[in-house]
Design a binder for this molecule. Structure first.
Ligand code: GLU
Length: 476
């Protein structure tokens, strides 16, 4: 590639269902590389296989990328100088290049019926030979009227050696070449043909895609040659492996809809961080990276050849790290919808304790009521549970009354200031003997946020009143 040529990458999904980690990672790498080089990132939709199309896929793709902050400069939704970006609307371009190939003698209509082709395939199979269409290439071809598939006539049957930016030198023998279909009888092009024309017209300089396309690369190379165009740089991304590490990720192993992660409460920046490291590393020890840091560090040289294992534990860890890095206001905004009954003031005070207890905001769904419910409504109290080990009720009562007195003059400005007022007494009387009944009378729970934070959040009046209730029960 010319050193000064502007980098242009594209993400070119087919609208055949939801986006999973593999697809999104391809988009992410293509985007990060374009951003790193101040280039252009294109979103093109490859919708030429009408039979496989799943309704709703395009909005889903757009929503997924938007959630992750992977924004495109040209493409569906936003348009651009090479519009349209939906392949089904680009048929004219494919016909134009098909005509060029026909004129050069590199394309011809396929005269066989489906049944005839099936027979030829079966025949090859029974002779234990690989079926190659070009072995049955018709001698005389008619003019193409669009009703039959148009096939590529491979100009030269030969071996290919090519460079892949990640895999290095790759090669394949002549058996990898065949007269593949360019345009089907329904008028739509095949992927093999359409992506080459689109990449050419859109000025794509780098193709990032999965390794399943390596096998077809000789076919693409022979088409580039027939059209006399220089191929873009090929960048093959490593496969994503199931957690066991020995097979490609399938739907059952967690190749789930990327938006499910959003529903589970993952942060987009954690997801981006996770996906970036699924087959790439920055060459440093830094593991928690923001999108701008990833872009800055991104390079093709550091994309791995070997498969990357999908480890959701890592994602959970990254999510917690990114949650911790968020500003107070962002954390508050994220937590609010899960805790609508809590006042802004309460949430603000509880924020560090909440963030500490969860790895995704989604976990709050199951955590709020059992762990924080007592802040809103007083817990039921039982005498036996207020007592620490075999302390007598009189002992617990004495401690609680002492703390109640301390509350009168205590500095309530932070959990630390509250702790500083209570700890000397707790340490002299026995920590468990003092803090257990205190925690119980405030929360009704054996385990909870620390009692100083509870006092801080409940405030002096409510705390005093809860301690008084406990004292009342103890005195009965
Ligand atoms: N439409 C292809 C797919 O979804 C994209 C391959 C490519 O990036 O060229 O698999």
């Amino acid at each position: 590639m010319n050193e000064h040529k502007k980098v242009v990458t594209r993400f070119a999904p087919s609208p055949t269902g939801f986006m999973h980690v593999g697809g999104v990672r391809t988009a992410l790498y293509a985007w990060a590389f374009a951003r790193k080089h101040n280039g252009t990132f294109i979103l093109r939709i490859e919708d030429t296989d009408k039979a496989r199309e799943v309704e709703g896929s395009i909005p889903h793709i757009i929503e997924s990328l938007t959630w992750l902050g992977i924004e495109w400069d040209e493409g569906v939704d936003v348009g651009g100088p090479n519009a349209p970006y939906l392949q089904s609307e680009r048929l004219e371009s494919y016909r134009k290049y098909a005509q060029i190939l026909i004129d050069k003698g590199y394309a011809y209509p396929d005269p066989y019926s489906e049944e005839e082709l099936q027979e030829l395939r079966q025949q090859a199979e029974s002779e234990k030979k690989v079926f190659l269409y070009r072995d049955h290439r018709p001698e005389n071809t008619e003019a193409w009227d669009g009703t039959k598939p148009l096939r590529f006539k491979v100009p030269e049957i030969k071996s290919y050696t090519w460079q892949d930016a990640v895999r290095g030198e790759l090669s394949a023998g002549p058996e990898a070449l065949d007269d593949f279909i360019l345009i089907k009888s329904d008028g739509y092009p095949t992927y093999n043909f359409a992506h080459i024309i689109d990449d050419l017209e859109m000025g794509v300089t780098h193709i990032m895609r999965a390794d399943e396309f390596i096998a077809s690369t000789p076919k693409f190379l022979s088409l580039y040659e027939a059209l006399d165009i220089a191929p873009p740089i090929l960048v093959t991304l490593p496969p994503i492996l199931a957690p066991e590490g020995n097979k490609k990720l399938g739907k059952r192993d967690g190749a789930k809809d990327i938006l499910e992660y959003r529903n589970e409460g993952y942060l987009p920046e954690a997801m981006v961080n996770f996906l970036a490291f699924l087959g790439w590393n920055p060459g440093t020890d830094q593991e928690v990276m923001t999108p701008p840091e990833i872009i800055e560090a991104f390079s093709l040289e550091r994309i791995h050849k070997a498969g990357a294992m999908l480890n959701e534990e890592k994602l959970l860890w990254l999510n917690k790290e990114h949650m911790r890095k968020q500003s107070h206001d962002k954390q508050l905004a994220a937590i609010k919808p899960y805790m609508p009954d809590f006042s802004e003031d309460m949430l603000s005070k509880l924020l560090p304790s909440i963030v500490d207890r969860i790895s995704t905001y989604g976990e709050l769904r199951s955590v709020v009521q059992p762990e924080f419910g007592f802040f809103l409504s007083r817990p039921p109290l039982e005498k036996e549970r207020i007592l620490y080990k075999d302390d007598e009720p009189g002992v617990a009562l004495r401690h609680l009354q002492h703390i109640k007195d301390l509350l009168e003059t205590m500095d309530f400005s932070t959990p630390e200031s509250i702790k500083a007022s209570i700890m000397p007494y707790a340490e002299s009387e026995g920590k468990g003997n003092v803090l257990w009944p205190l925690r119980m009378s405030l929360s009704g729970q054996e385990k909870s946020v620390d009692p100083f934070t509870i006092l801080y959040v409940l405030g002096k009046d409510e705390s005093t009143s809860r301690i008084e209730s406990a004292c009342h029960i103890l005195a009965l």
